[in-house]
Design a protein around this ligand. Structure first.
Ligand code: GLN
Length: 549
């Protein structure tokens, strides 16, 4: 029988509940337990797939094609496991299920209510992964902040489970903020007291309080929190700001968060955690030997969460190469033929990001052209690959009006076209080509060198594809399709073999990069950028030498 840990949040949002949940899971996993994490989100959207990145950050896609909250990305990156549709549940999905059942007449004439019908459905889903007998411990992160109207049914479901399940099968961890008042030079516990009080009023009592803080918690403060919030002093955990999120598991280990949770769950025998690989990674991350600058060309660059998995993949790939990857955000809307050289000066590689819609696409195409013509390592993801195709069509094949029908529905040269099966789709939610598909790689290609394999699977999220009618023309002129879907022939990878590193992929390799298994494309892209940087350095010193002679 699985045990359940619930993680709630108080005082304010953005405290990093996902990172705390993932860190706790990592520690339990390192002690030999089979752990998974799920996220329950209070909003009414059935999933975040229809949400603009400005609203909700990146939409993370799982193997089984679920469009989910970006915290699932953290769970996978920390735990090196796959999550699935079952790991992300929203209020919208709960209501959809209950309403469908009501329409089917499943409630036998009863009035359908929040309690018990909605809470029963929430509980059923909270216990679902545990019931599969694949996991020892299931951690459930409750989105939102305690006190929000929207999250009340979720908190009520936790209350019922705390009451229904054996005492040592449930633990509740409450994450809160201890603000530091500079003027008074004091840490303040009052907001935490209030938020725990609010949680207790709904009938849920936290077993552990994790305190986000900029200053260390003194014993006195810990005692005060313990006293007013009715927990043991050892269950008041300090969560100081860390230099990287990957340090948080070690900070939580030091604070014994995992041991205290295990104690509450009646687990008394457990091995020392095996975090050897994790520590090696952290060392490489913290002490890089050199630095590369990568331009991230996108239209949501003001919002770091929009490209979360890409940024994390750079961190994994940087550590593998023992370099610090400095990501320079370049807004695609402001790139023109006249300023592109200046905007991209000093970069060692260029990544053109995924995206939707017309805005910023001309800037992306201009940036790709610069990278292709100047031997700058180039990596295009999804829309980024499509931009590389359009650029090549316009500037090498001479098809000046080449475009994607997403931006220009009537273009005479639709080198990127809507996929056939997408044309009949009217409903927007969950209808893209989503999730994991196989790809066959051409022997001797850059892609094969990168993966060391000719059969791969990667995750997708798109409606448009390379138009195979143009394939011959592209290949004759130096851009090759080096990876295709074996069942449909859909082009998955395009590359320019005459360039040192120029590759675009229709899929999203960033979704499968984890600390223990970084995405090969990112690792090799950073290696290419490192090489570019060294060559550039050699050229400059050669030039300087010449000048001094
Ligand atoms: N808008 C493009 C498509 O739907 C690319 C999608 C993406 O970058 N995820 O095909």
């Amino acid at each position: 029988m699985a045990k359940y840990i619930f993680v709630t949040g108080g005082v304010t949002s953005s405290l990093g509940k996902g990172i705390i949940a993932a860190s706790l899971a990592k520690l339990l996993q390192a002690r030999g337990f089979k752990v998974t994490i799920q996220k329950f989100d209070p909003y009414i959207n059935v999933d975040p797939g229809t949400l603009n990145p400005y609203e909700h950050g990146e939409c993370y896609v799982t193997e089984d094609g679920a469009e989910t909250d970006l915290d699932l990305g953290h769970y996978e990156r920390f735990l090196n496991i796959f999550t699935s549709q079952a790991n992300n549940v929203t209020t919208g999905r709960i209501y959809q299920t209950v309403i469908n059942k009501e329409r089917a007449g499943d409630f036998l004439g009863k009035t359908v209510q929040v309690v018990p019908h909605i809470t029963d459905e929430i509980k059923r889903r909270m216990l679902l992964l545990g019931a599969e007998k694949k996991f020892d411990i299931v951690i459930t992160e409750i989105g939102g902040t305690v006190g929000d109207i929207e999250s009340l049914p979720f908190i009520e479901a936790v209350r019922q489970l705390q009451w229904e399940l054996p005492d040592d099968d449930v633990a509740v961890v409450h994450l809160t903020l201890i603000p530091y008042l500079k003027a008074a030079k004091e840490l303040k516990t009052k907001p935490t007291q209030h938020s725990v009080k609010m949680l207790s009023e709904t009938g849920v009592h936290p077993d552990v309080i994790v305190c986000r803080t900029e200053e260390p918690l003194s014993n006195e403060i810990r005692r005060k929190i313990a006293l007013f919030c009715n927990v043991k002093q050892e269950a008041v955990i300090e969560a100081m700001d860390a230099s990287t999120i990957y340090e948080v598991p070690l900070l939580m280990l030091r604070e014994k968060l995992d041991v205290i949770c295990m104690r509450k769950l009646g687990i008394s025998i457990f091995p020392e955690p095996d975090l050897e690989n994790w520590k090696v990674f952290l060392d490489k991350l913290k002490y890089p030997k050199s630095k590369v600058s990568i331009g991230l060309i996108g239209k949501y660059i003001e919002l770091q969460d929009a490209y979360k998995s890409i940024l994390e993949s750079f961190i994994h790939a940087g550590a593998m190469n023992e370099v610090k990857v400095s990501v320079v955000n370049v807004h695609s809307e402001f790139i023109t033929e006249d300023n592109v050289a200046e905007k991209l000066a000093g970069l060692d590689g260029l990544l053109v990001a995924p995206g939707f819609g017309h805005r910023g696409t001309e800037g992306k195409i201009t940036a790709v052209k610069y990278a292709r013509e100047n031997d700058l390592p180039f990596f295009g993801i999804c829309l980024g690959m499509q931009m590389a195709v359009i650029e090549f069509a316009r500037n090498v094949l001479g098809l000046k009006d080449a475009h994607s029908t997403e931006m220009e529905p009537n273009t005479p040269n639709a080198v990127i076209n809507m996929m056939e099966e997408q044309k009949k789709i009217k409903m927007m939610g969950g209808t893209m080509r989503l999730g994991s598909y196989p790809c066959e790689i051409v022997q001797g290609s850059l892609a094969e060198k990168i993966y060391g394999n000719t059969h791969i699977t990667e995750r997708h999220r798109h409606r448009y594809e390379f138009n195979n009618q143009y394939l011959e023309q592209f290949e004759e002129n130096g851009m090759k399709a080096s990876g295709t879907n074996p069942d449909t022939g859909l082009v998955e990878i395009m590359e320019v073999p005459s360039h040192p590193f120029f590759i675009g992929v229709q899929y999203h390799p960033e979704l499968k990069s984890t600390v223990e298994s970084p995405a090969p494309l990112f690792v090799k892209f950073i290696a290419a950028a490192k090489k570019y940087n060294e060559t550039k350095g050699n050229l400059i010193s050669a030039l300087l030498k010449k000048e001094t002679v």
